[in-house]
Design a protein around this ligand. Structure first.
Ligand SMILES: NC(=O)c1ccc[n+]([C@@H]2O[C@H](COP(=O)([O-])OP(=O)(O)OC[C@H]3O[C@@H](n4cnc5c(N)ncnc54)[C@H](O)[C@@H]3O)[C@@H](O)[C@H]2O)c1
Length: 251
């Protein structure tokens, strides 16, 4: 497949480099809302720099890889489908259920595939865990827990704003890896009990180049709850993005 990347930020380098590992796709062009960034990536990875409109109408391209920020995911996916292209998007697929359904409907109508991260459950650890369950090595899963307590991304990401806006936070940004893995292992979720919190309404960026700038927090940064699965398994979770202001972490 010939591929075009939209969104040439932090994670794009990983995708550009990944094509060396696989033999079934080739990235031929890239685009970003910021054309200066587009040009830098295009030159570095030897692909064509295009505007968003031009990459979407590029007839050579079969599939768009969408590496924009979460708030832009839905529109880029819909535009790709309307342009007759398949689309693989970084997570989350969309920032709410209604947008996800809109994508699903258009994908069916246009007869084009939409794929979405996280795909890490397909990796060696995920496959091994699935094999152990299928071979009944651990019996029935009835209880479990997953916890993620880390620093927020404002201490390493160059533009960390989106992590604190709707479509990110600890569930959409990192919880999805655990939840997707669990659904692959023990099936769909029947019900959820959860409470959320936001420790501070503002975050201070400590990464470069925007060290000292503030971000307004607009999504919960703490979630605690229980997932009840259709097979009656109950999995408890605690997802928390710490920060300098709460002094929870003292790196
Ligand atoms: N950085 C990571 O380690 C990482 C890891 C896994 C997944 N992801 C996911 O990848 C996505 C991108 O993350 P990132 O860290 O590269 O972010 P980033 O902010 O570094 O890059 C996003 C890029 O998208 C561009 N953009 C924003 N809106 C756009 C629009 N409407 N049209 C075209 N371009 C637009 C921005 O100009 C920017 O260059 C996010 O969904 C994130 O959750 C990131």
């Amino acid at each position: 497949m010939k591929v075009g990347i939209i969104g040439c930020g932090n994670i794009s380098e990983t995708y550009f480099n990944c094509q060396k590992i696989f033999n079934n796709f080739k990235i031929i062009a890239c685009a970003d809302i910021n054309f200066e960034i587009t040009k830098i990536s295009a030159e570095k990875f030897n692909v064509k720099a295009q505007s968003i409109d031009d990459i979407l109408s590029n007839e050579e391209i079969d599939l768009i890889i969408n590496l924009t920020i979460p708030a832009a995911h839905k529109n880029i996916i819909l535009k790709s489908l309307n342009a007759g292209k398949h689309c693989f998007s970084e997570k989350p697929l969309a920032i709410n259920m209604a947008e996800g359904i809109e994508i699903s409907k258009l994908s069916n109508k246009m007869k084009r595939y939409v794929g979405c991260a996280p795909d890490t459950f397909l990796g060696a650890a995920g496959q091994n865990a699935r094999r152990l369950i299928e071979e009944k090595k651990i019996g029935n899963v009835v209880l479990g827990t997953f916890n993620l307590m880390s620093h927020g991304m404002e201490n390493w990401h160059p533009n960390p704003d989106f992590f604190f806006k709707p479509g990110a936070g600890p569930v959409f940004d990192v919880g999805v890896y655990y939840i997707t893995q669990l659904i692959n292992l023990i099936g769909p979720v029947k019900s959820i009990i959860s409470i959320s919190g936001t420790a501070t309404s503002e975050r201070t960026i400590t990464s470069e180049p925007r060290n000292g700038e503030k971000i307004k927090v607009e999504t919960p940064t703490t979630l605690m709850g229980i997932l009840e699965f259709h097979n009656n398994a109950k999995i408890q979770f605690f997802l928390f993005m710490g920060c300098l202001e709460t002094q929870t972490f003292n790196y």
